[in-house]
Design a protein around this ligand. Structure first.
Ligand code: HEM
Length: 300
């Protein structure tokens, strides 16, 4: 997605790596707790700690980057782009909300697969049976890959990219689960805790895509999940995200044999921030399968 938005031909002035840096920093700074959010009278503490300054600087860098993208795009289309502010808002939302979340979900899915060889084997078998090895898996295949879809669902459950849904504000007085919530209250929903609640999920800490497999015995899970939020502000690109993540993971499984490396260990520690990356980026060895070499050599 980043490549599509910053492709060199159109955006010679934009460095995709710099954009990635800004995105990672944005999630990291936003993810540190603000004292002022909990005790509004103490907002000055956030200013003293430099959080407010960092947020403002990041906002300025994001604006400059997105403005550069739009200006380049306008030049490329000879001035036919739409309204500036609206474009900036749209493009910025897509870049900043969609890249890190999708990329780290793919990384977590692969980490789970390389540490669960039986699951990897089942995923590979499903792809080989339904897609084969004469061509690469594509989006249209996803409907015939229900197990891969379960792998993605289980990754979104256990390794929720946005562990705490961004703050919402109660628009009116209400009661939730017996708690009174006054109008104007800032509400934070801990999706990660809901996804790992032992009262609704069996062995919640286990990575088990089978829990989503729709069985005749009615075994499919019905417990609440909200990796994309809920309600009116729910992620507008859930469909796109699930498709991009699904096809990416399926292609990685289809094309490569995976190994964890010499020490056979993957550090599954969760990192901090607004999103939940792996604390140590996944390091694994992948070798292209024979058919990939054939496909590549015939397409050259
Ligand atoms: C694994 C991938 C993704 C996850 C887990 C995810 C999750 C979320 C969550 C939890 C929210 C907040 C919902 C709320 O406030 O209730 C959100 C909002 C949003 N997401 Fe996603 N998202 C993902 C991918 C994407 C992609 C690929 C795009 C765009 C291409 C995108 C665009 C947006 C936008 C624009 C919003 C803000 C909506 C608003 O405030 O009204 N997301 N996402």
């Amino acid at each position: 997605m980043l490549r599509a938005a910053t492709t060199r031909r159109r955006h010679a002035s934009v460095d995709a790596r710099k954009l990635q840096e800004i995105i990672e920093e944005t999630f990291s700074v936003n993810g540190t707790p603000s004292v002022g959010d909990f005790f509004p009278a103490l907002r000055w503490v956030d200013r003293l700690r430099g959080k407010v300054g960092s947020l403002k600087k990041l906002q300025a860098r994001r604006d400059a980057m997105v403005t550069g993208l739009i200006d380049d795009h306008r030049q490329w289309r000879s001035g036919s782009a739409g309204d500036g502010d609206q474009d900036k808002e749209k493009k910025g939302s897509l870049l900043f909300a969609g890249t890190d979340t999708s990329a780290l979900t793919i990384e977590w899915a692969m980490a789970q697969l390389v540490t669960h060889p039986e699951t990897m084997k089942k995923a590979r078998a499903e792809i080989d049976a339904n897609v084969g090895t004469a061509r690469l898996v594509e989006e249209a295949d996803m409907a015939n890959l229900p197990y891969i879809q379960c792998v993605i669902k289980e990754t979104l459950r256990l390794r929720t990219a946005g562990p705490v849904i961004p703050a919402h504000e109660a628009m009116e007085d209400t009661t939730v689960g017996g708690f009174r919530v006054a109008r104007g209250t800032m509400v934070l929903v801990n999706a990660c805790a809901i996804h790992r609640d032992g009262d609704v999920w069996g062995s919640p800490e286990e990575f088990r895509p089978e829990r989503f497999v729709d069985s005749d015995a009615g075994g499919a899970v019905t417990a609440p999940m909200m990796p994309f939020g809920l309600g009116r502000r729910r992620c507008p690109e859930e469909g796109l995200a699930v498709r991009v993540i699904g096809v990416s993971v399926a292609a990685l499984v289809q094309c490569f044999d995976w190994e964890v490396g010499d020490d056979d260990v993957v550090d599954m520690t969760e990192g901090g921030g607004l999103t939940m990356p792996m604390a140590t980026p996944l390091a694994a060895v992948c070798r292209p399968r024979e058919f990939v070499k054939t496909i590549l050599s015939t397409s050259m």
